[in-house]
Write a protein that binds this ligand. Sequence first.
Ligand code: ZN
Length: 278
Amino acid sequence: MPEGDTLFRTAAGLRPHLLGRTVVAAHARQPGPRADLLVGRTVTDVLAIGKNLVIRFDTGLELRTHLGMRGSWHRYRPGEAWRRPPARARISLEVPGAVAVCFDAPTAEILETRAEALHPPLGGLGPDLLGATFDADEALRRLRAPERAGGSIATALLDQRAVAGVGNVYCDESLFLEHVDPFASVAELPDATLRRLVDRARTLLDANRGTVRRTTTPDPMAATGRRLWVYGRAGRPCRRCGAILLARRHGDLPRRRTWCPRCQAPGAWSVAPEPARR
Ligand SMILES: [Zn+2]
């Protein structure tokens, strides 16, 4: 699943090619949005909002795509062959000098920007970890909301309505770095721990916003290819303590968590973690 930093990079990559340009052609697979509504409109913004890629137009309309597990945006020159079959294109926009194509996204829709606050996938999103004005207090309040408090901290961190931007990689890595057992309930964790987790996720996302190779380890490790602490490393030794990392599926989707049973033993968060290094 794309993480917040992926969406951020996608928006940053499309922005210079779309901003201020007028759509000369647009096509959407049907059933789907009415792409013709966008022809003749000028792009005023390209934004990553949580895991949504939003393109705004001068007439108050916006195109929202949610990339789900396999979706992605590509940019081509007009006439250039696409790297995925056209049948998988959900929507494409052509502006002078560029064609932007969204492939395999489960969601593509056109709505009015002013309706965004009322729109559940966008209006219901928690504070955006990569947003310029991230509200940590609001993130904490949402993590502690009754519908999440009894569930696991891993599930709460991945819930985009609590905080927007955390996917599987940053979930596993943040929990490891803060010594938190992924299956601890939100209710049993103190505010200070929740705050550290959110800060950590934000720092990791921010540090990776300009890069393709995600890195959560400090330099001497990262330089030798050991870029992640636990994500994707189940069955291998913990880079900190040597214990064998465990993995377990959870949730409805389902998702898979990887963690160190020693560094993230129940209650380990109460021991002051080492200072943040990244
Ligand atoms: Zn360990």
